[in-house]
Design a protein around this ligand. Structure first.
Ligand code: SAM
Ligand code: SF4
Length: 351
């Protein structure tokens, strides 16, 4: 079982981001954390086992004082063991040594920084409220606080990217005390400032391939279309769990949980969530075909792969063609995609 916890507060709204987060609701944060803890205690009744991973994401978890996480970790104490991966997202503008040290003391063992780029112009273009220096500083602080598992999120495929800009970013990445990179191609999302400016995205497969190859040269192995790690141990258990369709609890306003064929959505609105953290906005029942397609789709995007037993005879015929064209590989009954950049096409071909 995995657990996702959502913190719906941000200091500012980035131009590309459609995540459930608010810049004007900080006065609700104490009430929110109480409601979150109440829902968490209820959700934990759904499992008897230790959690494989916990991901505290947002929004901006570092915009909430460290002490406000104490009760959450008290509720979690019987569900965490030495192997539980516990990640928290942090933004360079709000990360301090005290915050990092306290979260580490509570049991967090992985920090994920939303860096996006080290180029100040690109950061402005994306609507970020930090600069290169703040990003570098926060990464050093995490290392100083004793974190050995540090991820950086970066964004590419933007209109401001040039070969030089990307190369400069990669040169910096090479020198940092990090063991994981999540590199996302910009997507244009409804409800964001970028939605009416689709020209800000420029898809450039050559640039993506260059980024992937450079990261490989620095020792980061790609294990999913957007994820790269320095070694197998540094791969995110949480991500892998999602791709292998493990069950996950979803706690917080706008979180999503999925147990078996039931996907549930706690309230998105922060005040409504505080008023009733136990009532879901929606419960979706997934049919077996949907579950299978999602498993195939996610498996092909990552080194999780897809067990051959999930495919029907017609699909297996198509797989023979893909094997002949060397687009996929079969190992011990698991099908692996050889090029993550075409994973969606392969999934659709097999549909
Ligand atoms: C859930 S967000 C929150 C992270 C954290 N608040 C931060 O921004 O520093 C996680 C990551 O998703 C990525 N992301 C969000 N929206 C995106 C978009 N429209 N296109 C590409 N990447 C996006 C960003 O890299 C971001 O750091
Ligand atoms: S990218 Fe992160 S900081 Fe920016 S609005 Fe989204 S959640 Fe908030």
């Amino acid at each position: 079982m995995l657990l996702y916890i959502h913190i719906p507060f941000c200091d500012s709204k980035c131009f590309y981001c459609s995540f459930n987060s608010y810049t004007n609701l900080f006065h609700l944060k104490s009430d929110y954390m109480k409601a979150l803890n109440n829902q968490l205690q209820e959700e934990l009744k759904k499992t008897n086992d230790h959690l494989k991973s916990i991901f505290i994401g947002g929004g901006t978890p570092s915009s909430i004082e460290a002490k406000l996480y104490d009760t959450i970790f008290l509720s979690l104490q019987n569900f965490i063991n030495i192997d539980t991966e516990i990640t928290i997202e942090a933004n360079p503008n709000s990360t301090t040594l005290e915050w990092l040290t306290h979260l580490k003391f509570l049991g967090v063992n992985r920090v994920s920084f939303g860096v996006q780029s080290f180029n100040d112009q690109k950061l402005k273009f994306l609507g970020r409220n930090h600069n290169k220096e703040m990003a570098l500083n926060s990464i050093q602080l995490a290392a100083q606080a004793g974190f050995r598992n540090i991820n950086l999120d970066i964004i590419y495929d933007t209109a401001i990217d040039t070969e030089k800009l990307i190369k400069d970013d990669l040169e910096i990445i090479k020198t940092l005390p990090i063991n994981h990179i999540s590199a996302y191609g910009l997507t244009i999302e409804e409800g964001t400032k970028f939605f009416n400016r689709p020209e800000v995205k420029i898809e450039n497969i050559d640039m993506a391939s260059f980024i992937f190859a450079s990261l490989a040269e620095f020792g980061f192995t790609q294990y999913e279309i957007s994820n790269f790690s320095k070694n197998i141990k540094a791969r995110s258990k949480h991500n892998f769990g999602y791709w292998e369709k493990e069950d996950y609890l979803g706690v917080g306003a706008g979180a999503v949980g999925c147990i078996g064929s039931q996907r549930y959505y706690p309230k998105k609105d922060v005040q409504e969530y505080i008023d009733n953290p136990f009532s879901y906005e929606d419960i979706e029942i997934l049919n077996p075909e949907d579950i299978k397609f999602e498993r195939i789709f996610l498996g092909l995007r990552s080194l999780a792969g897809v067990p051959l037993s999930l495919f029907n005879d017609k699909q297996k015929e198509k797989i023979t063609l893909l094997l002949e064209e060397k687009k996929v590989t079969l190992e011990d009954g698991i099908l692996f995609n050889n090029n993550f950049l075409i994973s969606d096409e392969i999934a659709l071909f097999l549909e």
